[in-house]
Design a protein around this ligand. Structure first.
Ligand code: SF4
Length: 427
């Protein structure tokens, strides 16, 4: 989401005559786009500011700004705490950046952290400034109103709002004509997307279909789905179009109904597993990934075991796993005690990681001998003798370079695998 937002910021600044540089020491303005989802992310940003301070000592005219969720969360307190900062702008204030920069030029520090009810930046065509030219993100909605107990997003990204469906399709068409072959539709909870014009409602399933119809050679992905809103209608649409990738990220967070209730996730263990069964039946072969939080408030050994057993039952292809980190102002920070000891959180996280490694190994092993369609994204990081791309299930596939080019689809027979990569040969 931040990557996509940075592309919107680049477009706003380009209109003002600014360009981007890969050499940070030659920049006149540095914006750091921030995440508040975990304390660790914020600590890393603070460290980065120390480095920016050293650049500012060498170039006193350098303007340093902080954008995004951390700016929104801490507001002007940040300007007091971090002397290096000249301006801060929250996620809904990017159109105001030229005005904020003018304020800084006139010698004042500047801030805008107002959240909006309707800003979607729908009319801004993002600048794809750090792109492989093949895959791009398209932001389809902003904000979230689910108020999961551990999550800071509803407070820093505001109310949920969907972007005009036609502007999304137009952006996908433009990307396709520029040579892009894969778009990922982005939102905090894409399943609750809805756009109403002239009494006609477009749901997420409808939007997905509209984008898939742009061209059969354009792959379509999306993130993130909330389990409580994942409909059979959506799964049916995914099944109908070959170019809608067969990969669903469905964060569960815990396998215990009691903890899910504490987390305010809006579904039980059984309801989650029922959605997994629906995916398996409507979309056989679809990859399923998830997110886990180890050691949420009051989590017992029993709850943790339920998480491990849910992982086994669902058979996730890959997951993102974290230990719980309390975020200020969230429901959990206000209502619950962060009472799982640190070493228990670490041990439970370790068990989740170990289990997932085994599940990922099994998932990759099943691919050996299969021929999969790979969209070539470029050379592999390790060697220019190999291409790297992904299959529909979002797995990275590398294979010896052929006469094909990035942006083309090739069938690749999988011969072996490592923990994160399938290895094969085209043909
Ligand atoms: S759905 Fe829950 S976890 Fe996801 S952004 Fe919204 S509040 Fe946060």
């Amino acid at each position: 989401m931040n990557f996509s937002d940075s592309e919107i910021v680049a477009a706003i600044l380009e209109k003002e005559g600014y360009g981007s540089t890969k050499d940070i020491r030659s920049a006149d303005i540095i914006f750091i786009n921030t995440c508040s989802i975990r304390d660790h992310a914020e600590q890393r940003i603070r460290k980065r500011l120390e480095y920016l301070q050293s650049l500012k000592r060498k170039n006193p005219h350098l303007v340093v700004g902080m954008l995004g969720c951390m700016a929104e969360r801490l507001k002007t307190q940040l300007l007091e705490e971090e002397q290096v900062l000249d301006l801060i702008a929250g996620p809904d204030s990017y159109r105001d950046l030229p005005g904020l920069m003018a304020e800084v030029e006139s010698g004042r520090k500047a801030a805008n952290t107002l959240l909006s009810m309707d800003e979607t930046y729908a009319d801004i065509s993002p600048v794809r400034y750090d792109s492989n030219g093949i895959s791009a993100f398209i932001s389809i909605m902003r904000g979230c109103e689910n108020y999961c107990a551990y999550c800071v997003v509803p407070y820093v990204r505001g109310q949920e709002r969907s972007r005009d469906a036609d502007s999304i399709t137009k952006e996908a068409e433009e990307l396709f004509h520029k040579g892009f072959r894969e778009v990922t539709l982005l939102g905090q909870n894409v399943n609750s997307y809805q756009w109403i014009r002239d009494g006609k409602k477009t749901t997420f399933a409808g939007l997905l279909e509209q984008v898939a119809l742009v061209n059969p050679l354009l792959r379509v992905r999306f993130a993130t789905s909330h389990p409580k809103d994942l409909s059979d209608e959506l799964l049916g649409t995914m099944a109908r179009y070959n170019n809608i990738c067969k990969s669903i990220h469905l964060p569960v967070q815990s396998g215990s109904t009691r903890i899910l209730g504490h987390m305010n996730r809006g579904y039980t263990r059984d309801q989650y597993l029922e959605r997994i069964a629906a995916i398996r039946s409507i979309l056989p072969g679809c990859a399923i990934s998830s997110d886990f939080i180890a050691g949420f408030c009051d989590e017992t050994e029993e709850d943790h075991k339920e998480t491990l057993s849910l992982m086994e039952q669902a058979g996730f292809d890959y997951t993102f796993m974290f230990r719980y980190s309390e975020r200020p102002d969230t429901l959990a920070a206000e209502r619950y005690q962060d009472n799982v000891p640190s070493e228990l959180k670490d041990r439970r996280l370790r068990e989740i990681i170990d289990l997932q490694q085994r599940l990922s190994y099994q998932s990759n092993k099943k691919d050996v001998g299969k021929t999969v369609e790979v969209l070539i994204e470029g050379f592999s990081k390790r060697s220019d003798a190999f291409y790297s791309g992904r299959n529909s299930q979002n797995k990275v596939v590398v294979f010896p370079v052929t006469g094909n080019h990035p942006g083309e689809y090739v069938p690749v027979k999988i011969n072996r695998f490592t923990s994160a990569t399938l290895i094969g040969e085209a043909g």
